[in-house]
Design a protein around this ligand. Structure first.
Ligand SMILES: O=C(O)C(=O)C[C@@H](O)[C@H](O)[C@H](O)COP(=O)(O)O
Length: 361
């Protein structure tokens, strides 16, 4: 097992990563010295049959352990599920010393984290990621639910007490989940670390290559990028926006199709290719977009959904949280490992969207 330290302006906390460490949860909680009064485990219908019991039986020192299972998928990041969770917490008399455990992927981390951030103005929580994608979402304290008009529109920056990342839990993931998480791994390389990108490019030809020591390496690298960025800019006043590379179009696609129709990582992969195309045109440089497209095809990332159309996509992209005074801002790539946030005009993005959609086979 390895222990990393995540330091942000508001909080420093441990990230434990290792094989089968879910069974050690009680000792991790003891290390936190939180004197927790009760536990609420929030998980989803996919994770519950696999791991909920392991966690409950490993929490040997608690009498009051509650659990709440939401439906699997992005649809659970809704106001009604959030409200039901708060009702459940109130009915079971959770107090300010109660601990929320987010047991699941990015959806559960975001939802449970937002419950913890808002219940009684904030109670402690820990992240127990069960997906590859959550190497990104469990670190850095972005918690949120969606609004039909925009993704993650209602949320907070709220750091967990700890992240407990049991890599054994990843082994049950279906192919689509590996692909979805891998998109965020690629993102971390592209925005920050050209050597890491070269390693991914030469070592990970198929998702099946992401096993054993390669998985550990990819996770450690991805988490390290995330940790470095949030250490410098917890609340996204500057460089944290780089972590949004590919997300302006991704969130538009997710909202446009309806949450849960396309996985977040698939949408991010499409969004990154689009951001590379915009970057080429904006800076007048050649980033080898066609090579990136070929590379992404190797993992079966989908193409941009043509049916949404350029006008709707632009309209949805303009709802992005990075927009200022109605102007769209995107994270663009100057070279692999170096990005910046720039203001882009609507007409330019619309035309680039039209070109991108025309190329869909
Ligand atoms: O941690 C961040 O900052 C990120 O932007 C990471 C993203 O991969 C993640 O999807 C995040 O939740 C998106 O944030 P949002 O502010 O664009 O909703």
């Amino acid at each position: 097992m390895e222990t990393l330290t995540i330091s942000t302006a508001s909080k420093t906390y441990p990230l434990y990563i290792g094989d089968r460490i879910r069974f050690e949860i009680q000792s991790f909680l003891n290390n936190l010295n939180g004197n927790f009064s009760s536990i609420l485990i929030i998980t989803d219908s996919n994770v519950e049959p696999l791991f909920l019991n392991d966690i409950k039986t490993s929490l040997t020192d608690f009498e009051n352990i509650y659990s709440y299972v939401v439906p699997g998928g992005e649809g659970a990041k809704s106001f009604s599920v959030f409200y039901d969770l708060l009702t459940y917490a109130l009915e079971n008399e959770l107090d300010r010393k109660s601990l929320v455990i987010a047991l699941g992927g990015g959806v559960i981390g975001d939802l449970a984290g937002f419950v913890a951030a808002t219940y009684m103005r904030g109670i402690p929580f820990i992240q127990m990621p069960t997906t590859l994608l959550a190497h990104d979402s469990s670190v850095g304290g972005k918690v949120a639910i969606n609004h039909p008009l925009g993704k993650n529109m209602i949320g907070a920056f709220y750091q967990p007490e700890a992240v407990i990342y049991d890599t054994d839990m990843l082994l049950t993931l279906p192919e689509e989940q590996w692909r979805s998480g891998f998109a965020e791994v690629i993102k971390h390389a592209l925005i920050w670390d050209a050597d890491f990108y070269n390693w991914l490019h030469s070592e990970i030809h198929t998702l099946a290559d992401l096993r054993a020591e390669k998985l550990q390496y990819a996770l450690a690298k991805g988490i390290s990028v995330k940790a470095q960025v949030v250490a410098q800019d917890e609340k996204e006043s500057g460089i944290r926006a780089y972590l949004n590379f590919g997300h302006t179009l991704a969130h538009a696609i997710e909202a446009g199709l309806g949450y849960g129709k396309m996985s977040h990582g698939d949408a991010v992969a499409i969004g990154m290719l689009f951001a590379i195309r915009v970057s080429e045109e904006y800076y007048g440089i050649n980033l080898n977009l066609s090579k990136f497209k070929e590379w992404f095809k190797q993992y079966n990332f989908p193409q941009i959904p043509k049916e949404l159309g350029a006008d709707l996509l632009l309209q949805l992209m303009k709802k992005d949280k990075k927009a200022q005074n109605g102007s769209l801002r995107m994270v663009l790539m100057k070279t692999i490992g170096e990005v910046e946030t720039v203001k882009v005009n609507d007409e330019f993005i619309l035309n680039t969207l039209i070109k991108e959609l025309e190329e869909v086979q």
